[in-house]
Ligand binder design. Structure first.
Ligand SMILES: Cc1cc2nc3c(=O)[nH]c(=O)nc-3n(C[C@H](O)[C@H](O)[C@H](O)COP(=O)(O)OP(=O)(O)OC[C@H]3O[C@@H](n4cnc5c(N)ncnc54)[C@H](O)[C@@H]3O)c2cc1C
Length: 467
């Protein structure tokens, strides 16, 4: 790649960058994606509620509302083309007081109408019939039938894999360190010394998109992290929909949602911070989550949980998605500030970004026969349920792990295998199977001589050969 000139390079392998890459791969272009971490989906896209929002509560007339509107039309086809685990469960915003009911009718019903999203009121009796675990205090709720849940990692990986099948290149462990501006090109200098010459760059670097913009002298926006902490439980909760609180002036509150692979997610918090790397959880944050959820679903107060984690939203100084060419250089198009609804909005963001690239001069000739659908082989766990069972909690065999290692996007980490197969996601959270998974990764040696990583760069799980 060093010698040839690319048409477009996407920086950032989250849901946004990979959705853009997939869309670009349908045109007669040379396209690539560079991702700093060893796998796709290592940023905000891996740690969120996994809800496909309709945008019923998005601020009307914003870029975010427009992307969500476009995405609503695109998701049904995408789910079948990319074989994304997806459940159309719907959501309900539960009112536990007359005041909350009044907020729903004065704020959220008109807002949903302005955004073209269908909603309806459900009385308490029906609410509890559908969701028996909801509090007796509930007066009813606003139903948003088209809200759904999905596996965001699957969607991200599948975007990237489909793009690769259409000829795109994906470079993992490739962080952009510097960008040089030349007359007709941008030169990306990677942190391993490689250089890529390209006619256009899409800046989809999540929380770091402001830093990528500054590499060409564009300081038009800044991004700060807002942490969201979650609890995951495998206890049964008698709900069939996503249970949303009514936001107050102080807090958006916390929700309870089913998870596509089983279990329930509680959270998230919303805590502004400065450190873009701090994804730690705290006892205060998790107490806030379990107490907040217990107001809607009382049993969550003393629930046993199997996992806690946090993700970081990218809060933008502009208060909206930034989807536009840079004022410093039209050859860079930003897809930045994608704060709270990026999974849901990603198909629409991809449409808008490609439109901006075309306006900036990129010729878009559709490929005559692009692959639009991911082959079954890459959608399932490759069918090789053979050999020793490695993950006892989830019954994942050696054959399934080996299958996951042979997909188009190279997997070199324990977390990568976890997200591709479900291994380590059970009750023991990998305590029993991680050593065997590390052996499989090392045996296959797709990663070279260094030891297997847990997920991020430098996240070595163990020191091999140490005495
Ligand atoms: C707590 C929480 C809950 C959420 N819930 C939902 C939800 O239910 N539904 C929903 O739709 N959205 C939700 N979101 C929002 C959603 O997760 C984000 O909007 C989305 O993941 C942003 O995707 P992205 O691709 O822009 O960023 P990221 O996923 O962060 O990807 C950016 C990538 O760029 C890479 N990168 C950075 N710098 C460089 C560089 N110099 N060179 C190369 N690569 C680089 C990073 O490593 C990263 O992989 C939630 C977010 C949080 C934090």
């Amino acid at each position: 790649m060093q010698r040839k000139v690319m048409d477009v390079v996407v920086v950032g392998g989250g849901i946004v960058g990979t959705a853009i890459l997939r869309k670009l791969s349908f045109y007669d272009l040379t396209v690539a994606l560079v991702e700093k971490q060893p796998d796709v989906c290592e940023g905000a896209s891996k740690a969120n509620s996994g809800i496909i929002h309709t945008g019923f509560d998005a601020k009307p007339q914003t870029v975010e509302a427009e992307c969500l509107r476009l995405s609503r039309e695109l998701w049904p086809d995408l789910v079948s083309q990319l074989k994304i685990p997806y459940i159309s469960c719907g959501a309900v915003m539960v009112a536990t007081s007359e005041e909350e009911k009044e907020i729903i009718f004065s704020t959220y019903v008109p807002n949903a109408q302005a955004n073209g999203v269908e909603v309806h009121w459900m009385e308490a009796e029906e609410l509890r019939e559908m969701n028996p675990a909801v509090s007796d205090q509930a007066l009813g709720g606003l139903v948003i039938s088209d809200e759904a849940i999905c596996d965001p990692f699957w969607a991200t990986r599948a975007n990237a894999e489909l793009a690769v099948l259409n000829g795109a290149e994906v470079l993992l462990g490739a962080g952009v360190e510097r960008i040089e501006q030349e007359v007709d090109h941008l030169r990306l200098v990677l942190d391993d010394g490689r250089e890529i010459l390209t006619r256009y760059v899409v800046n989809a670097a999540g929380l770091w998109a402001d830093e990528i913009a500054r590499m060409i002298g564009d300081d038009s926006f800044t991004l700060t992290p807002r942490k969201g902490q979650f609890l995951l439980t495998e206890e049964q909760v008698d709900i069939t929909q996503i249970i949303l609180p009514v936001p107050t002036k102080i807090s958006k509150g916390v929700l309870i949602s089913p998870v596509v692979f089983g279990g329930f997610l509680l959270g998230p918090t919303a805590e502004d911070q400065e450190d873009k790397w701090d994804r730690s959880t705290t006892s205060e944050g998790l107490t806030f989550v379990s107490e907040g959820c217990s107001k809607l679903v009382p049993q969550t107060r003393n629930m046993s949980t199997i996992r806690q984690f946090a993700g970081l939203r990218a809060v933008c100084s502009e208060g909206d998605f930034v989807i536009r060419p840079s004022s410093q250089n039209q050859r860079m198009v930003h897809a930045a500030g994608i704060r709270s609804t990026g999974v849901s909005a990603s198909p629409g963001i991809a449409e808008l970004v490609v439109e901006k690239l075309e306006q900036a001069g990129l010729m878009l000739d559709p490929k005559s026969d692009p692959t639009l659908e991911l082959p079954e082989l890459f959608g399932e766990a490759d069918g090789s349920e053979t050999g020793e069972i490695i993950c006892l909690c989830r019954s994942i065999s050696r054959g399934e792990l080996l299958g996951a290692l042979s997909r188009p996007i190279r997997c070199t980490t324990v977390d990568g295998l976890k997200r591709r197969t479900g291994a380590t996601l059970g009750e023991c959270q990998g305590n029993c199977c991680i050593p065997k998974i590390m052996d499989i990764l090392a045996e296959q040696s797709a990663m070279g001589p260094e030891q297997p990583l847990k997920g991020l760069r430098h996240s070595h799980v163990a020191m091999r050969g140490a005495k």
